[in-house]
Design a protein around this ligand. Structure first.
Ligand code: NAD
Length: 414
């Protein structure tokens, strides 16, 4: 199959940490021909280490052979680079979030249609092993009918680096508009929830920027003990209603200490999910019959008889027997991409282009997700439920696979 020529704009942290290695070494279909960054030394470093051309943004736009622009700039620059590329007839794969505002995202959707090109958006972690396996288990009814989903992610964002925000090189976007916690981490949870249950119908929320004034806490920072302003929401608590009737809560905060919880409850059991920022993760199901049927002894119970209950408590005895039969077991992962596979969404897009199918990371998911974040913020201000105006198509599942890492790319060629 003819490889797809791509060029990268934005050679910062994530490009260096995972993207370049994965694009060059993990996926046969991707052919990285050039890289650009407005900080020249960054593009130079990537070009030298991966033997690709350092280019200007303009050169990338003019190069007829380049089919896809991979937009790895920070969120404030996503609109500028994605719109420029699409207006130059390029398809775009853009890191999360699509744009910081719903208005800009709407404009990108219009530009995509106008130029008859494809726009896809990260996060692509929902194509990972635990995320796809969870979907398969749920679709096959492992916990009966799903009823609720709860997502919780909290982490204190206090920059550790003494250089934080003293030079462009150390610009810490998560504490700036459009890069804050709802934008930096919501997408992982929303894309996986959409992968599991499809579109969201209504949202409501509380919270906002509850801690705008921060202090440089690192004694090595030149502005140690001075305050600075964070201009992005920092704590949101939301309720979600999916079109399929599932109800969700979403709790996200960069003000609280670290916690993470992602769980689906169903009529017959509970499925504990992994971290949607990761490809590998643990899936644990709790339900009667999940494990081999053996006797569980609660404190105060003896084998063969239950000293906590009177002899005539037959109903209670039966209920307790049911309860104690509920076991938690870890489920095997059934899919590929269990190691760090960022850019798998780009590889999927390349196969989509060659095979004439819909890419799994289609922009409609990124667009729907940014409207959810927008809607939660609107609801925080208005105190009213926000009715979603967009919907997205639940992306097609990946086939289960027992291929080793070198063979898992095959599951994208469908
Ligand atoms: N850092 C992470 O761990 C991580 C993880 C997953 C996803 N992401 C996403 O990846 C994207 C980039 O994150 P990062 O951490 O690499 O940010 P970064 O700030 O380290 O890098 C962004 C780069 O884009 C360049 N840039 C910005 N505007 C440009 C323009 N107009 N033309 C050319 N170059 C431009 C900057 O000079 C910078 O080098 C973000 O959308 C982020 O949400 C980051």
């Amino acid at each position: 199959m003819k490889k797809v020529k791509v060029a990268v704009i934005g050679c910062g942290g994530i490009c260096k940490a995972t993207y370049m290695n994965n694009m060059v070494n993990m996926f046969e279909i991707i052919d990285v021909v050039g890289v650009a960054d407005k900080i020249d030394s960054r593009a130079q470093w990537i070009a030298d280490h991966y033997n690709v051309r350092k280019m200007t943004v303009d050169e990338i736009m003019q190069d007829k052979e380049i089919e896809i622009v991979v937009n790895l700039t920070y969120p404030e620059a996503h609109f500028e680079i994605s719109s420029l590329a699409m207006r130059n007839g390029k398809h775009v794969y853009c890191e999360k979030m699509m744009t910081p505002t719903f208005a800009e995202a709407s404009e990108l959707m219009r530009i995509m249609a106008e130029n008859n090109v494809l726009l896809t958006t990260a996060p692509d972690t929902f194509l990972g092993a635990w995320e796809q396996s969870a979907r398969k288990y749920l679709d096959e009814g492992i916990i009966g009918q799903p009823v609720t989903i709860h997502a919780q992610m909290t982490m204190r964002y206090q920059p550790e680096s003494p250089f934080f925000d003293t030079k462009p090189k150390h610009y810490f976007f998560p504490l700036h508009h459009g890069g804050g916690f709802p934008f930096d981490l919501c997408g992982y949870y929303l894309h996986e929830m959409i992968n599991l249950f499809g579109s969201i119908k209504r949202v409501s929320g509380f919270g906002g920027n509850i801690n705008p004034v921060r202090t440089f806490t690192n004694p090595k920072h030149p502005r140690y003990n001075e305050t600075f302003i964070v201009d992005t929401p920092t704590t949101l608590m939301a309720a979600l209603e999916f079109e399929n009737g599932v109800l969700g809560t979403f709790h996200i905060s960069s003000d609280s200490y670290m916690s993470q919880n992602f769980v689906v409850t169903g009529t017959d059991g509970t499925l504990n999910l992994g971290d949607p920022n990761m490809f590998n993760g643990r899936l644990r199901v709790t339900r009667p019959g999940a494990a081999p049927d053996f006797e569980v002894l609660l404190p105060g119970m003896q084998p063969g008889k239950n000293s906590m209950l009177r002899d005539d408590d037959d109903d209670d005895r039966q209920q307790l027997a049911e309860y104690t039969k509920a076991q938690t077991v870890e489920l095997p992962l059934l899919h590929g991409f269990y190691e760090s596979s960022r850019s798998v969404g780009l590889a999927d897009m390349c196969y989509a282009l060659r095979n004439g199918r819909r890419p799994r990371c289609h922009a409609d998911i990124g667009y729907h997700s940014i409207e959810v974040i927008h809607g939660i913020q609107e609801s925080c201000i208005s105190g009213k439920v926000y009715e979603m105006t967009t919907r997205c198509i639940r992306p097609a599942p990946l086939a289960a696979s027992a291929y080793p890492v070198t063979g898992q790319e095959r599951t994208l060629d469908d």
